[in-house]
Design a protein. Structure first.
Length: 139
Protein backbone atom coordinates (compact mmCIF):
# COMPACT_ATOMS: atom_id res chain seq x y z
CA UNK A 1 0.00 0.00 0.00
CA UNK A 2 2.70 2.42 1.01
CA UNK A 3 4.81 1.51 -2.03
CA UNK A 4 1.89 2.35 -4.35
CA UNK A 5 1.51 5.81 -2.78
CA UNK A 6 5.24 6.50 -3.12
CA UNK A 7 5.09 5.45 -6.79
CA UNK A 8 2.19 7.84 -7.40
CA UNK A 9 4.09 10.70 -5.76
CA UNK A 10 7.06 10.12 -8.06
CA UNK A 11 4.86 10.21 -11.18
CA UNK A 12 2.89 13.29 -10.16
CA UNK A 13 4.30 16.70 -10.98
CA UNK A 14 5.20 18.82 -8.00
CA UNK A 15 2.41 21.28 -7.26
CA UNK A 16 3.40 24.96 -7.31
CA UNK A 17 3.04 26.73 -3.98
CA UNK A 18 3.66 30.41 -3.27
CA UNK A 19 3.88 31.18 0.44
CA UNK A 20 1.73 28.11 1.16
CA UNK A 21 -1.00 28.92 -1.40
CA UNK A 22 -1.66 27.09 -4.66
CA UNK A 23 -1.91 28.95 -7.95
CA UNK A 24 -5.70 28.44 -8.09
CA UNK A 25 -6.11 29.96 -4.62
CA UNK A 26 -3.92 32.92 -5.62
CA UNK A 27 -5.91 33.54 -8.81
CA UNK A 28 -9.11 33.85 -6.74
CA UNK A 29 -7.54 36.63 -4.65
CA UNK A 30 -7.77 40.29 -5.60
CA UNK A 31 -4.55 42.14 -6.37
CA UNK A 32 -4.52 43.91 -2.99
CA UNK A 33 -5.03 40.61 -1.15
CA UNK A 34 -2.18 39.03 -3.13
CA UNK A 35 0.06 41.94 -2.12
CA UNK A 36 -0.08 40.72 1.50
CA UNK A 37 2.01 37.68 0.48
CA UNK A 38 4.84 39.79 -0.98
CA UNK A 39 7.84 41.47 0.62
CA UNK A 40 7.39 45.03 1.83
CA UNK A 41 8.92 46.84 -1.17
CA UNK A 42 6.88 44.88 -3.74
CA UNK A 43 3.75 45.16 -1.59
CA UNK A 44 4.10 48.96 -1.49
CA UNK A 45 4.71 49.01 -5.24
CA UNK A 46 1.56 46.98 -5.95
CA UNK A 47 -0.58 49.08 -3.62
CA UNK A 48 0.65 52.28 -5.29
CA UNK A 49 0.22 50.88 -8.83
CA UNK A 50 -3.05 49.09 -8.12
CA UNK A 51 -5.04 51.00 -10.76
CA UNK A 52 -2.27 50.69 -13.34
CA UNK A 53 -1.99 46.90 -12.88
CA UNK A 54 -5.77 46.43 -12.98
CA UNK A 55 -6.05 48.43 -16.24
CA UNK A 56 -3.17 46.44 -17.69
CA UNK A 57 -4.92 43.12 -16.96
CA UNK A 58 -8.26 44.33 -18.37
CA UNK A 59 -6.54 45.66 -21.49
CA UNK A 60 -4.73 42.33 -21.87
CA UNK A 61 -8.01 40.39 -21.71
CA UNK A 62 -9.53 42.55 -24.46
CA UNK A 63 -6.49 42.18 -26.74
CA UNK A 64 -6.34 38.38 -26.37
CA UNK A 65 -10.01 38.17 -27.33
CA UNK A 66 -9.13 39.91 -30.60
CA UNK A 67 -6.13 37.59 -31.12
CA UNK A 68 -3.49 40.30 -30.72
CA UNK A 69 -0.33 39.95 -28.68
CA UNK A 70 0.02 42.28 -25.71
CA UNK A 71 2.91 44.77 -25.91
CA UNK A 72 4.01 47.09 -23.14
CA UNK A 73 6.64 49.63 -22.20
CA UNK A 74 5.76 49.28 -18.49
CA UNK A 75 8.76 47.35 -17.20
CA UNK A 76 8.02 48.21 -13.56
CA UNK A 77 4.69 46.33 -13.36
CA UNK A 78 4.79 43.53 -10.77
CA UNK A 79 3.68 40.08 -11.99
CA UNK A 80 0.39 39.04 -10.33
CA UNK A 81 -1.47 35.69 -10.52
CA UNK A 82 -3.87 36.94 -13.23
CA UNK A 83 -0.91 37.23 -15.64
CA UNK A 84 0.30 33.63 -15.22
CA UNK A 85 0.35 31.43 -18.38
CA UNK A 86 0.28 34.42 -20.71
CA UNK A 87 2.84 35.90 -23.09
CA UNK A 88 3.58 39.61 -22.86
CA UNK A 89 6.02 41.47 -25.11
CA UNK A 90 8.11 43.83 -22.97
CA UNK A 91 10.11 46.68 -24.53
CA UNK A 92 13.84 46.53 -23.75
CA UNK A 93 14.80 49.87 -25.30
CA UNK A 94 15.24 48.55 -28.83
CA UNK A 95 12.62 45.88 -29.48
CA UNK A 96 9.77 44.01 -27.82
CA UNK A 97 10.94 40.80 -26.15
CA UNK A 98 8.25 38.10 -25.69
CA UNK A 99 8.07 36.96 -22.06
CA UNK A 100 6.11 33.82 -21.13
CA UNK A 101 4.81 34.38 -17.60
CA UNK A 102 5.19 31.28 -15.39
CA UNK A 103 4.19 30.86 -11.71
CA UNK A 104 7.80 31.23 -10.50
CA UNK A 105 7.76 34.87 -11.76
CA UNK A 106 5.10 35.98 -9.23
CA UNK A 107 6.21 39.09 -7.36
CA UNK A 108 8.96 39.98 -9.85
CA UNK A 109 8.82 42.91 -12.28
CA UNK A 110 8.32 42.47 -16.03
CA UNK A 111 11.55 44.33 -16.79
CA UNK A 112 13.61 41.63 -15.06
CA UNK A 113 12.83 39.20 -17.88
CA UNK A 114 13.50 41.49 -20.86
CA UNK A 115 17.20 42.28 -20.63
CA UNK A 116 18.32 45.68 -21.90
CA UNK A 117 21.92 44.66 -22.60
CA UNK A 118 23.05 41.82 -24.80
CA UNK A 119 25.59 39.23 -23.74
CA UNK A 120 29.02 40.17 -25.06
CA UNK A 121 30.56 37.64 -27.41
CA UNK A 122 34.13 38.38 -28.36
CA UNK A 123 35.66 37.04 -31.55
CA UNK A 124 38.82 37.79 -33.54
CA UNK A 125 39.90 41.46 -33.64
CA UNK A 126 38.91 43.48 -36.68
CA UNK A 127 41.22 45.00 -39.26
CA UNK A 128 43.22 47.85 -37.75
CA UNK A 129 42.53 46.75 -34.19
CA UNK A 130 46.15 45.75 -33.65
CA UNK A 131 49.40 46.80 -35.31
CA UNK A 132 49.87 43.44 -36.99
CA UNK A 133 46.35 43.38 -38.45
CA UNK A 134 46.84 46.71 -40.23
CA UNK A 135 49.48 45.12 -42.48
CA UNK A 136 47.01 42.48 -43.72
CA UNK A 137 45.40 42.94 -47.10
CA UNK A 138 41.72 43.84 -47.18
CA UNK A 139 39.63 41.27 -49.04
Amino acid sequence: MQEEQEGKRDKMAKEFLYRGKTLDELKKLEIREFAKFLTSRKRRSILRQFDKIEKFILRYDKKTLKGKQMRTHDREIVVVPAMVNTTISVYNGKEFMPVKIIPEMLGHRLGEFALTRKEIKHSAPGIGATRSSSAEAVK
